[in-house]
Design a protein. Structure first.
Length: 141
């Protein structure tokens, strides 16, 4: 089971989206401001961050930038009402792995969540395989 960190300050979006993610089998942690989102993201508990750009105290772009500057590989799906091409580019350049504009179709958002979690799990498995191949066995005499 994976844990999704949902950073959304609008309860009308956060509550139903949280329920939908739970129905998909995920544990969900909801945060409604930038600083608590960043702290939770850096804690290592979550497998994916769904990040609204319009968070109070620290916007989602700054959360993403700080997350990436801390060398975090946590997958980030930006979820925002900013739908211009330049907003997508800025979000992706800030370190997001995917970008979904509001209003969104729930089925598409959930499919993107599954895809990011799949890619993340595959990357972790590949890294574990590389690490196990690099181990040197002690010599037996």
């Amino acid at each position: 089971m994976s844990t999704v960190l949902l950073a959304e300050d609008d309860a009308a979006i956060a509550q139903p989206l949280s329920r939908a993610l739970e129905r998909e089998g995920h544990d969900v942690i909801v945060r409604s401001d930038g600083p608590s989102t960043l702290q939770s993201a850096l804690s290592g508990v979550a497998n994916l961050l769904v990040l609204d750009l319009g968070l109070p105290e620290m916007d989602g772009l700054e959360v993403c930038r700080r997350l990436r500057s801390a060398r975090s590989t946590l997958p980030v799906l930006m979820l925002t009402a900013r739908r211009d091409e330049v907003d997508y580019v800025v979000g992706l350049d800030a370190g997001a792995d995917d970008y979904v504009g509001k209003p969104f179709r729930l089925a598409e958002l959930l499919a993107r969540v599954r895809a990011l979690l799949r890619r993340s799990a595959a990357g972790e498995l590949a890294a574990a395989r590389r690490t196990s191949r690099c181990r040197v066995s002690p010599r037996v005499r």
